[in-house]
Design a protein around this ligand. Structure first.
Ligand code: UDP
Ligand code: MG
Length: 328
């Protein structure tokens, strides 16, 4: 299955996008056929429950450029992209969303830029459509911090529409919700990155999968990115530092705490200041330790997948033309 080589692979994650797929594919076909290139369109059905998969089967039956990877359940956008990349053959990969917020008509301009000698060309949604002002503001803030954490002057890391040379994917983690930071991780590996302004439309049909709560998760992923950039090969210098500080503070404040405890019986103020102090200290230590454990758990998780060659998704079936191969 999927043996034919193609020079361009479009990879599109799909979760409950039934109302978008026909129009999306028509737009893709118009653009790609005008470029006269060998190409394939890999749709990854990420456990849709709205009938998207049968629409994808129809597309595969009528267009031999289409390949469908059906996952066994909903694994999330990043895992769906990982599955699509793993089943693609092109030397250049084009990632985009299925909801028509990205415009396939922008693909040729991104490819022209790639040919100038870049490894990755990222879309910049300068005028975002269909996202509220708060979401745009938070996204700008996250992009600003991410660009700093990765050390690259990119305005819009979160735009899915990007084109990549295949080699880039050997150096980017496709776990959790890392699809937002692919350019940042590629930059850490030394990829040459450029940015091109792209159009952005309101969602054509269906609903966004993310609410404002993603801001916090993006923040945690940003911390991880910063860790990977600065401390991946010397974790003790980050994780050990708060330990050292806490130890020093503990030793320095021990006499003070002892005095407070001794005074506890005599003064009202001293009676609650001791527990309060310890409580605040405890909360800070808990926060720091949790963050550090999070970083360690993430490293372990990546080791778990990579050392055993495990994937963060399970493929149920592959569809090409009218052929269907059951994998699970
Ligand atoms: N998506 C997916 N699995 C998920 C969530 C999203 O495959 O669990 C796909 C979704 O179908 C779309 C893309 O990821 O093609 C981006 O999702 P969405 O448009 O909801 O994100 P937003 O544009 O709101 O950031
Ligand atoms: Mg969208």
């Amino acid at each position: 299955m999927f043996k034919q080589a193609s020079s361009l692979s479009l990879v599109i994650p799909v979760h409950n996008e039934m109302g978008n797929l026909m129009l999306l594919h028509r737009r893709i076909r118009d653009v790609m056929s005008s470029m006269n290139d060998r190409y394939e369109v890999i749709y990854v059905d990420d456990g849709s429950t709205d009938g998207s998969f049968s629409v994808l089967e129809q597309l595969a039956a009528t267009d031999l450029h289409v390949k469908v990877v059906g996952l066994s359940r909903n694994f999330g956008q990043t895992a769906a992209l990982a599955a699509g990349v793993a089943h693609s053959r092109g030397e250049v990969l084009i990632l985009l969303d299925a909801d028509l917020q990205n415009d396939p008509a922008d693909i040729p301009r991104l490819l022209v830029k790639l040919e100038e000698g870049y490894d990755l060309v990222s879309g910049w949604r300068r005028k975002r459509q269909g996202d509220g002002w708060l979401r745009c503001l938070l996204s700008r803030l996250a992009n600003f911090l991410a660009a700093r954490a990765a050390g690259i002057p990119i305005h819009d890391l979160g735009c899915t529409l990007k084109v990549y040379r295949r080699a880039v994917f050997a150096h980017v983690p496709l776990y959790g919700e890392m699809h937002r930071f692919l350019a940042a991780y590629a930059a850490l590996a030394g990829a040459r990155i450029a940015e091109v302004e792209v159009r952005h439309h309101p969602r054509y049909a269906g609903r966004s999968h993310y609410g404002l709560d993603r801001t916090l998760r993006v923040l945690l992923d940003l911390l991880l990115l910063k860790f990977y950039r600065s401390f991946a090969t010397r974790p003790q210098q980050l994780l050990g530092l708060p330990g050292l500080l806490a130890l020093a503070l503990g030793v320095a404040f021990l006499p003070l705490v002892l005095i407070l405890v001794l005074l506890a019986g005599r003064s009202r103020v001293a009676s609650w200041s001791g527990p309060l102090f310890l409580g605040v200290l405890g909360a800070c230590c808990f926060g720091l330790l949790s963050l550090q454990l999070g970083v360690l758990a993430e490293m372990l998780m990546r080791t778990y997948y990579e050392s055993q060659n495990k994937q963060p998704y399970v493929v149920r079936c592959l569809v090409s033309g009218t052929e269907r191969c059951e994998c699970w």
